[in-house]
Design a protein around this ligand. Structure first.
Ligand code: NDP
Ligand SMILES: Nc1nc2c(ncn2[C@@H]2O[C@H](COP(=O)(O)O)[C@@H](O)[C@H]2O)c(=O)[nH]1
Length: 328
């Protein structure tokens, strides 16, 4: 591994603008058989997405991945989305019952458009076996597998049949993996993304550590096709977490999928809960993200996302905020 850096250590270098208005810049991205408005997907976590948000995202042309923490609802969810002519995108784990679930989907001819294998340590035999099982029974589904943090892992999951891999071990806002285990890409997620993307022959989804909209452009520059985001999507009007009033402030909860709150027990806990300030409507945030990314494309000197992939950059170690706070 050569130089390591993270989002806050990098600035992209502007190139000559070729548009008269940022509205000319196109932020859409294709993943599998579908094209989406933004290269962004809200994290498949229980305080970030629910059926209502999934519906809103799909209806408005955004990619989504439903979480896997209410497994009994998944079949009806797929049926409902397909009945409405929308994509069905679900998550699975790797435990025995998930094998039966996949076989049942095939038997019922209920084929999700996207399936994501959502596991903390995705570079494992259990994930490789699940990739092979899904590809055997529902080969039509676009299969995302993760999470991983090395080129070897990306190659192994791609070779096993994954159509895309998800990169990011421990950079998440509610993650404590790095503290509890000493492992992960926390603090150098952007460099890990570059390292992994050089080995990848299929799309990569950068997952975790996005703190500003500019980090989306940086992820694209360093090899991501899509970016998964939790904390920036937490705390909205529509967000599933509980709303709490404290000292005159309206707050919402955001907790890790490996937290005690999610698991209901204190076993192998690698996530925490935090309260985030209420952020207004999710639709407004998505619109602001689109405008900011259109602006990024214009600074890259192009009209499409691809322009960002080749811009120059500088490393400005831990200094780009220059003491400023990020306030929205
Ligand atoms: N992106 C990230 O950095 C991280 C994300 N998470 C999120 O937390 C949720 C729970 O993840 P996860 O615990 O994997 O899911 P599960 O609790 O469903 O565990 C899946 C299976 O993998 C085993 N397993 C889990 N971690 C390891 C490991 N480090 N080594 C070997 N086997 C392991 C579990 O067994 P057993 O529990 O008995 O070991 C279990 O059999 C997911 O949504 C995941 O995305 C969690 C941590 C890090
Ligand atoms: N180590 C843990 N990582 C987790 C947990 N729950 C979710 N996640 C990961 O975080 C990202 C979101 O990151 P953010 O920086 O945008 O907030 C999410 O997609 C998962 O990969 C957890 O309990 N522990």
């Amino acid at each position: 591994m050569d130089n390591v850096f993270d989002y806050e250590d990098i600035q992209l270098i502007p190139a000559k603008c070729i548009v008269r208005s940022r509205s000319e810049c196109d932020t859409s991205v294709t993943l599998g058989k579908h094209t989406f408005k933004l290269p962004v997907v809200p994290a498949n976590m229980q305080t970030i997405i629910d059926e209502k948000i999934a519906l809103m995202l799909a209806e408005n042309g955004y990619f989504y991945i439903m979480h896997r923490f209410e497994p009994e609802k998944r079949t009806d969810f797929i049926k409902d989305m397909h009945k409405r002519g929308l994509i069905a995108s679900i998550s699975v784990g790797v435990k025995d019952e998930e094998y039966n679930f996949v076989e049942q989907l095939a038997a019922d001819k209920l084929i999700p458009d996207y399936i994501t294998i959502d596991i903390a340590h995705g570079h494992s035999e259990s994930v490789i076996k699940m990739i092979q099982h899904i590809k055997k029974h529902v080969p039509e589904s676009f299969l995302i597998a993760g999470n991983v943090g090395t080129p070897e892992a990306v190659r192994e999951l791609e070779n096993a049949g994954a159509d895309a891999t998800k990169v990011g071990i421990g950079p998440g806002k509610v993650c404590i993996t790095k503290i509890k285990t000493g492992f992960g890409t926390g603090g150098w997620q952007l460099a890990a993304l570059r390292w992994c993307s050089r080995a990848a022959s299929k799309p990569i989804i950068a997952d975790g550590g996005i703190r500003t909209h500019g980090d989306i452009a940086k992820s694209i520059r360093f090899g991501a096709t899509m970016v998964m985001i939790g904390s920036l999507f937490a705390g909205h009007e529509e967000s599933p977490g509980e709303t709490i009033e404290k000292d005159g402030k309206v707050l919402k909860e955001y907790f890790g999928s490996a937290s005690e709150f999610q698991k209901g027990e204190k076993k192998n806990v690698e996530g925490k809960k935090m309260l985030v300030e209420h952020k207004g409507s999710l639709k407004d945030t998505l619109q602001e993200m689109e405008q900011d990314l259109q602006s990024s494309i214009s600074y890259a000197g192009g009209k499409k996302l691809e322009a960002i992939r080749t811009v120059d950059y500088v490393v400005v170690k831990n200094s780009i905020f220059n003491g400023d706070k990020i306030i929205y």
